[in-house]
Write a new protein. Structure first.
Length: 390
């Protein structure tokens, strides 16, 4: 017969003396794009380890690619950035129906709403939960009633999780000191890790016009405005350089940059907007330096990818970003929300010789090999899942 194990070890099928362990894992994020781009290695590793992986996310153009990873895709609609209580209650109900239908042995949650509403549904049905707090986003950057509400929901949703992974020590300390989670069940991951066989060192372009590239969703919180202002200042000083933006525009987010604003910057001639790309490595290869003036991150994947490809970096001395850059070694740190300081650090990159920029980039590659290999992330997840299913 089928039954829920009271020790949260999943569903077991009993037939005489034979007992087969349920090895179905649900992994949920807020977009299929996120699953394909950031969790492909983990999904493949879980499949290779013999788990039945069910990938859950709202449908988008990337959803069909999930089958290539060996998992089964289940679409689930969610209002990612909305705060309407009725829609959030509906999302909780959708998660509850999903858990009841699939009967997983464990639930892996990422991003805010899957971590909150998916975890609550899983706990209600005694499904063990492993959370990943990949970054706290704009709601933790701005203090207010919404921040207090989200903290309360996190406290409730994470109260019975078996493992909670964080991507930097500051976020981990914030949750522990705020009594949102117990320190005993937390651990730190090196971001989402980086596939060092896919993102490999590429020689820097050797041309007079340097290219500075910012890769992110087009949000004010990513420091896009400061990047544009720094470019405006440096170009005004006569610097012959390209300042490029790569990433999704018109995203669902209160900090989203409008298309009209982007068009205005492009028409001014201060930046080039490259749109979105399915081949980020190709764009990184064309850059002399990758820049991310973000206000707060988990650990930014774009910086890991750029460092793995031996590109010098400029980023902010802020939560998550500073984890990737050793100031003056593999890049430079600037102050958040400070376009003048950002321009100064970009100027330092310009002042380096081609050989010095190359050496700086190679030091970044070495750092990725020593600290951010995707295998570290995968091994910690497989160990956590194995303990859950004992």
């Amino acid at each position: 017969m089928w039954f829920w194990n009271k020790n949260f070890t999943g569903i077991r099928y009993s037939a005489g003396n034979a007992i087969a362990l349920n090895k179905k894992i649900i992994i949920t994020l807020n977009t299929a794009w996120n699953l394909v781009n950031f969790r492909a290695g983990l999904i493949r590793a879980m499949v290779a380890a013999g788990y039945e992986v069910v990938a859950v996310a709202p449908p988008d153009n990337y959803a069909p690619r999930l089958a290539e990873l060996g998992c089964r895709y289940v679409p689930l609609s969610m209002d990612n950035k909305g705060t309407h209580p009725g829609r959030d209650l509906l999302l909780f109900w959708r998660f509850l129906r999903l858990m009841h239908k699939e009967r997983p042995a464990a639930y892996l949650g990422y991003t805010v709403k899957p971590n909150i509403y998916g975890s609550l549904a899983a706990h209600l049905l005694a499904v063990p939960v492993i959370n990943n707090i990949a970054g706290l986003g704009s709601v933790f950057i701005r203090e207010g009633w919404l921040t207090r509400l989200v903290r309360g929901l996190y406290r409730l949703a994470l109260s019975r999780s078996v493992k909670i992974f964080f991507q930097n020590d500051e976020d981990r300390a914030l949750f522990v000191s705020g009594k949102l989670v117990s320190d005993a069940i937390t651990d730190r991951l090196p971001g989402s890790g980086i596939d060092l066989d896919h993102f490999v060192p590429i020689s820097l372009p050797n041309k007079k016009t340097l290219r500075f590239l910012l890769i992110a969703r087009m949000l004010w919180d990513k420091g896009v405005g400061e990047f544009v202002e720094a470019a405006r200042v440096l170009k005004g000083q006569g610097l012959n350089a390209e300042f490029c933006l790569l990433g999704f525009l018109d995203v669902q987010n209160p900090a989203a940059i409008s298309r009209s604003q982007m068009d205005e910057w492009v028409e001014e001639g201060v930046i080039r907007y490259l749109g979105a790309s399915d081949n980020v490595a190709e764009e990184i290869a064309l850059a002399d330096c990758v820049v991310l003036p973000s206000y707060r991150e988990g650990v930014p994947r774009t910086l890991l990818e750029a460092a793995a490809m031996a590109r010098p970096l400029v980023t902010t001395d802020s939560v998550g970003c500073r984890d990737v850059v050793d100031d003056g070694i593999n890049g430079y740190l600037c102050q958040p929300r400070d376009a003048a300081d950002l321009a100064n650090k970009i100027s330092k990159i310009v002042a380096l010789s081609h050989a010095e920029r190359t050496a700086m980039g190679l030091r970044g590659r070495k750092k990725m090999e020593q600290e951010f290999d995707e295998r570290i992330v995968i091994d910690k997840y497989l160990l956590a899942i194995k303990k859950v299913l004992r």
